[in-house]
Design a protein around this ligand. Structure first.
Ligand code: ADP
Ligand code: MG
Length: 569
């Protein structure tokens, strides 16, 4: 799994942390022993020399222990932060290359939670647990050995107390385990609702459904609280319970220890050391159980991260290069259905468009126009039939080479909240100002943009422009790119007839030697196309020039007449 492979890089640093922690534990185990010597051999006999010598040794041990501890903490934080940085980067990279279906498979908000919350969870766990996970078992076993070697008789207390704590811990863990994945899912839900609320703001407001949204959110929020409370209750109850057991154990130790001192089988110093050892053993147990408690939670997060990192993303395209610009796109009996739906969206579509030609696609909403474009853009692969680009099967052509040759105006307009210049440069990284200005001219943006508008900002993705203005800006962006295929998906719909006409006339010069595909709902927009593909419910209802179709095609004629014009030019 990718997530563990990420740790590989830090093998050496982790080893250093392990060694330092080991040193730290040894020191802590050694100190009570030294103290008992000071009391039983030094204080008891008034041997000042001895006290000074062992005291000095204790200071050295303390300094070493503290140094080990501090550097272990330092290195483990450093490693953890580097690890989680890598993890976020890997996630981002992976998500960057997911196909549209893959993103829908996870849902956007879940992908966000996974990159932020889940990574934090793992980060916290590694940060908190890296040292205690080693220290815990070491202190547990070391403490036991030291306790046993200090006094065997007193150690009958151990088999009495340890099982108590173990059983208590087991029950608590068993109860807590199933809650953690649920907790995370409910958090996802809250994120999802937030996103919906914010992206759907206008619709929600327009229909005054704020109260409905509030109710739904309230519900999800309450469910999360409920689960989180359950989990925390469990964790909180655990603490006093364990403290009580720990203190009872200490009472027992002191009681029996006092008796042993009475019959001179135990020194006072030894009893003091013993109390420290048994405290170390029991706190190590408690500490480990807290960590164990975190582990399922972390594992749930790690699973969710791994699901993304190890996801077998849907690949489109193959390895072949396009050695030339695109000079022909030809579809032969293409059929296609979206992965999750059983219904076919495209059925038996054939068309052909060559360099210098314009293909118009017309049809009602939902007839499959956008879907056909998505196949050409390699967002999806055709289910049946063939789509040839320069005579090559599109399934074999590499994404990169394909998309380099295409400039696309999507139906849903999207801009970045940057200057117009930067938005235009998205189509061509090194576009000069004069190039950008040229495409802004071609796209007829000047009636709302001044001559030097390049620095103007597109606030929040372009809300400061109207629908028709954004369409023209989106067209300008597409024109900024040097491509051999220009695709316009319903990019003229929000323009008035006059602007639509002017824009088409202006585009004529620009794209004379390219392949142009224009999707439109208005006959006027594609009137002059070399070929027009009429789609109806995913099937070809007509294919030919405007004149042919007007003469011979019922569907097309109806569309034209319904738009109230008799297009005889
Ligand atoms: N991502 C998708 N997943 C599933 N079905 C989709 C998806 N996108 C579009 N569809 C369906 O495919 C059909 C054609 O849609 P589309 O190509 O967008 O039509 P058009 O662009 O002609 O309006 C519609 O019935 C729509 O519901
Ligand atoms: Mg569409």
């Amino acid at each position: 799994m990718e997530i563990y492979r990420g740790l590989n890089k830090y093998k050496f640093r982790i080893l250093v942390v392990l060694l330092l922690t080991f040193g730290n534990a040894l020191g802590e185990l050694f100190l009570p022993k030294l103290m008992s010597l000071v009391i039983d051999k030094g204080v008891a006999y008034g041997d000042t020399q001895y006290i000074l010598r062992v005291g000095l040794l204790m200071i050295v041990v303390v300094i070493l222990t503290v140094t080990c501890r501090a550097s272990a903490a330092y290195h483990s934080s450093k490693t953890t932060m580097a690890f989680s940085r890598d993890l976020r980067y890997k996630l981002f990279k992976k998500i960057n290359y997911l196909s549209f279906d893959d993103v829908e498979h996870f849902s956007i908000s879940s992908l966000i939670t996974r990159t932020t919350d889940d990574v934090n969870q793992v980060e916290q766990m590694v940060l908190m647990a890296l040292r205690p996970l080693i220290r815990g078992p070491l202190m547990f076993i070391g403490g036991l050995i030291m306790a046993l070697s200090t006094n065997l008789k007193l150690s009958v207390i151990l088999p009495i107390t340890i099982p108590f704590i173990a059983v208590g811990l087991y029950i608590i863990l068993k109860m807590g385990l199933p809650y953690f994945p649920i907790l995370q899912k409910r958090l996802d839900k809250i994120n999802e609702l937030f996103r919906r609320r914010l992206t759907g703001l206008r619709v929600i407001r327009a229909f005054s459904r704020d109260d409905l949204e509030e109710e739904i959110f309230d519900n999800a929020n309450e469910k999360y609280r409920e689960m989180a409370t359950k989990v925390n209750k469990l964790l909180i109850n655990m603490r006093p319970l364990l403290t009580i057991i720990l203190n009872l154990a200490l009472v027992l130790v002191m009681y029996f220890g006092a008796k042993l001192i009475d019959i001179r089988e135990l020194g006072v110093g030894e009893l003091m050391a013993y109390i420290q050892y048994i405290t170390q053993v029991l706190t190590a147990m408690i500490m480990m159980s807290f960590l164990l408690n975190l582990i399922p939670r972390t594992l749930a997060s790690m699973d969710r991260i791994s699901e993304v990192l190890d996801y077998n993303r849907t690949k489109t395209g193959g390895k072949e290069k396009l050695n030339d610009e695109i000079y022909e796109i030809r579809g032969e009996n293409i059929s296609f259905g979206y992965p999750d739906a059983h219904r076919k969206v495209l059925n038996n579509i054939s068309f052909d468009v060559k360099k210098g030609e314009t293909l118009g696609i017309i049809g009602g909403t939902g007839s499959g126009k956008t879907t056909l474009l998505r196949l050409i853009l390699q967002f999806y692969e055709p289910g049946y039939g063939e789509l040839f680009v320069n005579g090559k099967d599109i399934r074999n052509i590499n994404n990169y080479y394909m998309r380099e040759e295409i400039s696309y105006v999507p139906q849903d307009l999207f801009f970045f909240s940057k200057s117009i210049r930067n938005n235009m440069k998205y189509a061509k990284k090194d576009a000069s100002d004069s190039e950008i200005n040229k495409s802004l001219d071609y796209a007829k943006t000047r009636d709302f943009l001044g001559e030097d508008a390049l620095c103007d900002n597109m606030t929040r993705g372009g809300v400061n422009f109207s629908g028709g203005q954004r369409q023209r800006l989106s067209i300008a962006r597409a024109l900024t790119r040097d491509a051999s295929v220009y695709i316009f998906d319903d990019s003229f719909s929000a323009l008035d007839y006059k602007t639509d006409y002017e824009l088409r006339m202006s585009l004529k010069d620009f794209i004379s030697n390219k392949i142009v595909i224009i999707v439109a709902q208005r006959v006027a927009t594609i009137l002059n196309a070399d070929k027009i593909l009429v789609l109806e419910d995913g099937e070809v209802a007509g294919y030919g020039t405007h004149e042919d179709l007007m003469k011979n095609n019922e569907v097309y004629r109806e569309i034209a007449i319904s738009q109230g014009q008799d297009y005889e030019e």
